[in-house]
Design a protein around this ligand. Structure first.
Ligand code: CP
Ligand code: NVA
Length: 308
């Protein structure tokens, strides 16, 4: 059994194996109705707990559907409705759940919570997003890029806006998958120096470019995300909007990018804020392929965790 806690804590050959498996499962399924099982049912007889301490649409539904398609059973648990939200420790929750279920996925706040869950669970734990990272998202994003453009190795991803959890996972992925990364946002919201340094040490060309048009000028993929993440204080909203407005992904910015640059957003999008309708619904956007691939990537992650 293996945890899937982060991109940088999973060996690059294992990340690649997970994506190969995701592509194979996606291909084998074809376009059969979503509620019908796969030919292969690796999760038959297995139960998966999906814990959410923050809201979710994609993660919640794609994990749940993925478990069902692979023949397993899942239960969605809201942190607030569990004893976890009323004083029970993470460690005790992990020990108890490990007596009932075969796999735990948790979306939570600090990565210390995720790590405590993993330390005390005797079943694999999957990171469904923390304040620091969103590795399942980035697996789907790499899968989506490669479906459209071939190997991501040597390509350049331009991240526009907040150096948040998703941006940080992109930096981890740059090191693991061998792509270059441009961060373009206000200095107050830069990803950590340590993270950028680690990617550079792994051989990636990591640039910080405050001019958004210059940042996208050689990008193969342009990515943005919300200006206020679920872990951010509501009181920071106005300040963040003021800082991030120049980094909006709009048609004018896209004109500065190469013709074949793709656009991604993990969703949910705040249309008219970090990205405009014209770009999100435009020809460069692959956001709904990206959302679909959450399902396929996570099915492969679950199989990998359980060695099935
Ligand atoms: N992208 C993503 O994780 O979406 P949800 O918050 O809806 O799960
Ligand atoms: N950065 C966003 C991602 C949502 C999927 C957040 O953490 O709210």
């Amino acid at each position: 059994m293996t945890n899937f806690l982060d991109i940088h804590t999973t060996a690059p050959d294992q990340l690649r194996a997970i994506l190969d498996s995701a592509n194979a499962m996606k291909g084998a399924r074809g376009d059969r109705p979503k509620g019908t099982p796969d030919d292969d049912l690796p999760l038959a007889g297995r139960i998966v707990a999906l814990i959410f301490e923050k809201p979710s649409t994609r993660t919640r539904v794609s994990f749940d559907v993925g478990v069902r398609q692979m023949g397993g059973t899942s239960m969605v648990l809201s942190g607030a409705e569990m004893q976890l939200g009323h004083g029970e420790t993470i460690a005790d929750t992990a020990r108890v759940l490990s007596r009932y279920v075969d796999l735990i996925m948790i979306r939570t706040f600090g990565e210390d919570i995720l790590n405590e869950m993993a330390d005390h669970a005797s079943v694999p734990v999957i990171n469904g997003l923390t304040d620091n990272s969103h590795p399942c998202q980035i697996m789907a994003d790499v899968m989506t890029f490669e479906e459209h453009r071939g190997p991501i190795r040597g390509k350049r991803v331009a991240w526009m806006g907040d150096g948040n959890n998703v941006a940080q996972s992109f930096l981890h992925a740059a090191a693991s998958f061998g792509f270059d990364f441009t961060f373009s946002g206000p200095s107050q919201l830069d990803p950590s120096d340590a993270l950028m340094g680690a990617a550079r040490k792994a051989g990636c060309d990591v640039r910080v470019e405050r001019d958004p048009a210059k940042a996208v000028s050689d990008a193969d993929l342009i990515v943005t995300d919300t200006w206020v993440s679920m872990g951010d204080a509501e009181s920071s909203r106005q300040r963040r909007h003021n800082l991030l407005r120049p980094y909006q992904v709009n048609e004018r910015l896209i004109e500065a990018a190469p013709d074949d640059a793709l656009v991604m957003h993990c969703l949910p999008a705040h249309r008219g804020e970090e990205i405009t309708d014209a770009v999100l619904d435009g020809p460069r956007s692959v956001v709904f392929d990206e959302a679909e691939n959450r399902l396929h990537a996570q099915k492969a992650i679950m199989r990998w965790c359980l060695d099935l």
